[in-house]
Write a protein that binds this ligand. Structure first.
Ligand SMILES: [Zn+2]
Length: 234
């Protein structure tokens, strides 16, 4: 399978669906990870000019642990909805990856980049199928991709529909998240949380719901023609 994971910021994948990404990878699927934003505003002290390359390196280090590849659309934080080019960039990426499934944020997640991106992914996955749409690169992809929404940050307002058992890969997910050292600082200083321990608690809570030690939770976008009878999560 071709799997496309689109998140807002460089650490979101590790927090919300890295266990699932690792499991896809381990079973031989092709996994493409794209964080739309550069993570430019995610620090109390370090300015964007220094933070952007730092966060790229953190994501690079994390991805290497699981043998994953990541890329970015290069959009500054909090501009995902304001930039007209985002839909075309995402549609071009979809044409390139030709995904059997796309995973992205839930439309009700806590931060504008997250919720905006959920809508933009739905739009761009439709745009990718339009042969005469201007400014979209690549060969037209005729499939309106199935889309899964990953858990919200801290699981607030999210009622899971499907779970992925990440017990066996939890330590790898945790090591990947720890690579985002700037975000351990940022989330402590800006939000007063220990992001690694919070991620563990959320994974344990989702695990309790489905009879596993650790799990990640998802909802499926039930709109035609994205619905399928196949299990698309690992
Ligand atoms: Zn984020």
């Amino acid at each position: 399978m071709n799997v496309l994971i689109v998140t807002a910021h460089p650490d979101d994948m590790e927090i919300l669906c890295a266990g699932t990404a690792i499991r896809y990878k381990l079973r031989g699927d092709s996994v493409t990870i794209c964080h739309a934003c550069t993570g430019s505003l995610g620090h109390m002290v370090i300015p964007p000019s220094e933070l952007v390359p730092m966060r790229w390196e953190e994501a690079e280090k994390a991805s290497k642990i699981a043998g994953l590849q990541h890329e970015t659309l290069g959009v500054p934080d909090l501009q995902v909805a304001e930039r007209d080019e985002v839909v075309c960039l995402l549609a071009s990426l979809i044409r390139d990856v030709r995904p059997d499934v796309i995973i992205t944020h839930d439309p009700n997640d806590y931060m504008p980049d997250h919720s905006d991106l959920a809508h933009l992914v739905l739009k761009s996955s439709f745009v990718a199928t339009l042969p005469h749409h201007e400014h979209v690169n690549g060969e037209c992809f005729p499939v309106v991709s199935p889309v899964f929404f990953m858990d919200t940050v801290m699981g607030v307002g999210f009622v899971p529909e499907e779970y992925v058992d990440i017990t066996d890969v939890f330590d790898t997910k945790k090591a990947m998240l720890a690579c985002h050292a700037s975000q351990v600082d940022w989330l402590r200083d800006h939000d007063g949380i220990d992001v690694i321990e919070n991620m563990r608690i959320c994974a344990q809570y989702r695990g309790l719901q489905c009879g596993k030690k650790y799990a990640e939770a998802f909802r499926v976008n039930r709109t035609w023609p994205r619905v399928t009878t196949e299990r698309l999560l690992p």
